[in-house]
Design a protein around this ligand. Structure first.
Ligand SMILES: O=C([O-])CC(=O)C(=O)O
Ligand SMILES: [Mg+2]
Length: 579
């Protein structure tokens, strides 16, 4: 197997990393790998240090492993080959997911090496879409805790609970309250699969050390009747706390996090319901380092795709008209970032640039006549127009060049809708962003077929390539996982203490800059995931550069070459040699 990470073990023990994680700067709180590790049977049971059959003769002697392993000594590459072979034997994606989670519990470095070296094949397993199914069945799959569960039972004691986590140098927390897991709705405490999956990508795609990542699920109950009546449900068996009780609990959490980990801890909000997502982001963005992946990460990745797509569509961003189906976190988040980018590029005020962007929600086109009854985050999009109550009529009325689905409801871009887009545009841009695959607004095959091969298509969940009329089309995966690992890594490596929208724009431009002519020729508006570590290093560097410019980066002095610096700080999962 070709490994992206060559074996760089040095003869004296230690590893010369591609990314030099071991010589990263002192303020990164790197735990030296030479710390005393357990010996004998306990070493084989410690996923952080276990190497399985890769322990050398010398290590087997020095660490009392004689007889505990069969005689053969494998390389990490051979272990990878064997594992890929066994994972490929499963037909059911969820079985592959379980196999991967078991590997993580057994041998952490091998897990990350496998994931990095086979990212295109394994991303849909440890992440979207399979992680969605895993959350639905998490009660039965649950074995060992992979993160912290903070339920209402722990009210008043959250700081104590944080101290129970075995790792102390935490840099990134991904937290969910499970109320809107992907497009699957309220999965309560079983939403834990999401922070676990997101943080696995922080390490594999972004290079944050696994020990610096902390998945957290906040359990304030669930309104999912099926779970409340499921004997295997693992969460609080009560309806969701709301209002003051909810916000007080979240405030205790946010305060405890800052008290325990300091100013530079990054908290990524994930899969909260709309009302809380906007509220929490607005409330904590001025006092904490917070980032909402569904609002800001999704916005940044979609904007990157839009910037890149101009090569195929023609014109500048300000020449296009955008129509969204879905006006929640993703929809309004993306819309706002597009308006901001156009405003920055043209010097037209954002109140004006918003007028090229239209949103449809469950009640039809958002127009000024509905303003009274709209939630606050939808109001900026209520433009002058007569009422239009369905998507097809909205397409005909607004005449968009770009159609974006963020509705969380599958199969809503019907044949008629796609045909109308294709009828008005030489190359309609269609983005079906809802996750997982079952909730996508249309499939890649449908978009290409119904547009007679002219659509430029991207989706949140992965779709296979599709040949139309002899031409191969490669759909883009406009998923926030292109952005958040590099974005978060950029914040962490520069010691940034607040997120600013300009950093999101910087991330979008850095991602778009990674798309080459060769990619455009295949209809791609995102670079291949196989290059994600390099892409993340560039995103991290751009985000950090912006943070330094804005004066919110505390890691001083500013490294001269931020791309090199990013690469030098990234975790790599090659085995270390033990003395
Ligand atoms: O998890 C994903 O694939 C993207 C995302 O944030 C969501 O759909 O909520
Ligand atoms: Mg999400």
């Amino acid at each position: 197997m070709e490994s992206a990470l060559k074996d760089l073990s040095t003869p004296t023990g230690g590893v010369e990393d591609v990314y030099g994680e071991d010589c990263a700067t002192e303020d990164q709180c790197i735990t030296p790998w030479t710390i005393a590790v357990s010996s004998g049977y306990n070493l084989l049971r410690d996923p952080r240090y276990n190497k399985g059959l890769a322990f050398t003769e010398r290590e087997r002697d020095a660490h009392y492993l004689r007889g505990l392993l069969p005689p053969v000594i494998s390389s990490q590459e051979l272990q990878e080959k064997k594992l890929m072979q066994s994972i490929r034997q499963y037909d059911v994606p969820l079985h592959k997911y379980v196999a991967m989670m078991e590997l993580e519990e057994r041998n952490e470095r091998l897990f990350y090496k496998l994931l990095i070296d086979n990212v295109e094949e394994l991303l849909p397993i440890v992440y979207t879409p399979t992680v969605g199914e895993a959350c639905q069945k998490y009660g039965s799959l649950f074995k060992r805790p992979q993160g912290l569960y903070i339920s209402l039972n722990e009210k008043g004691r959250i700081l104590e609970v944080l101290k129970n986590w075995p790792e102390k140098s935490i840099q990134v927390i991904v937290v969910t309250d499970g109320e809107r897991i992907l497009g699957l709705g309220d999965l309560g405490c079983q939403g834990m699969g999401i922070p676990v999956g997101k943080l696995a990508l922080y390490t594999a795609l972004g290079g944050v050390r696994p020990s610096a990542c902390l998945p957290i699920t906040i359990d304030v109950g669930t309104n999912n009747e099926k779970l409340l009546n499921d004997e295997f449900y693992i969460g609080l068996r009560q309806r969701r706390a709301t209002g003051q009780e909810y916000y007080d609990f979240l405030h205790e959490f946010m305060s405890a996090v800052k008290q325990n980990y300091g100013e530079k801890i990054l908290v990524q909000f994930e899969d909260f319901a709309n009302h809380n997502a906007f509220e929490l982001l607005a409330k904590y963005r001025t006092s904490h380092l917070v980032f909402n992946d569904d609002i800001q990460g999704t916005a940044s990745v979609v904007l990157a795709g839009l910037i890149a797509s101009l090569k195929l569509l023609g014109g500048a961003l300000c020449d296009h008209t955008f129509l969204f189906l879905g006006a929640g976190e993703a929809g309004t988040g993306i819309a706002e970032l597009i308006a901001l980018e156009i405003s920055n590029k043209t010097n037209i005020p954002v109140e004006e640039t918003r007028k090229k962007i239209w949103l449809v929600d469950s009640k039809g086109l958002i127009v000024s006549g509905r303003k009274e009854t709209l939630q606050a985050f939808k109001k900026p999009w209520a433009h002058e127009h007569e009422p239009v109550n369905n998507l097809l009529d909205a397409v005909k009325a607004v005449k968009p060049t770009v159609l974006i689905g963020t509705s969380g409801t599958g199969r809503t871009f019907t044949k008629e809708v796609v045909e109308a887009m294709a009828c008005m545009n030489k190359r309609p841009l269609i983005m079906a962003l809802s996750n997982p695959t079952s909730q996508a607004e249309c499939t890649a095959e449908e978009a290409y077929t119904w547009s007679e091969g002219r659509a430029v298509f991207a989706s949140g969940s992965p779709f296979p390539s599709f040949e139309y009329d002899g031409k191969l089309n490669i759909p883009g995966q406009a998923n926030n996982c292109y952005i958040f690992p590099g974005f978060g890594f950029g914040l962490v490596m520069s010691g940034t203490i607040r997120v600013h929208d300009d950093m999101l724009l910087a991330a979008s431009e850095a991602l778009a800059a990674q798309v080459t002519e060769e990619h455009y020729a295949k209809g791609m508006i995102y670079p291949p995931f196989a290059d994600i570590r390099k892409i993340s290093a560039h995103i991290a560097a751009s985000v950090a550069a912006k943070a330094y410019e804005l004066g919110v980066a505390t890691r001083l002095p500013r490294p001269a070459d931020l791309v090199k610096y990013a690469e030098s700080c990234m975790y790599t999962p090659n085995y270390r040699s033990y003395r």
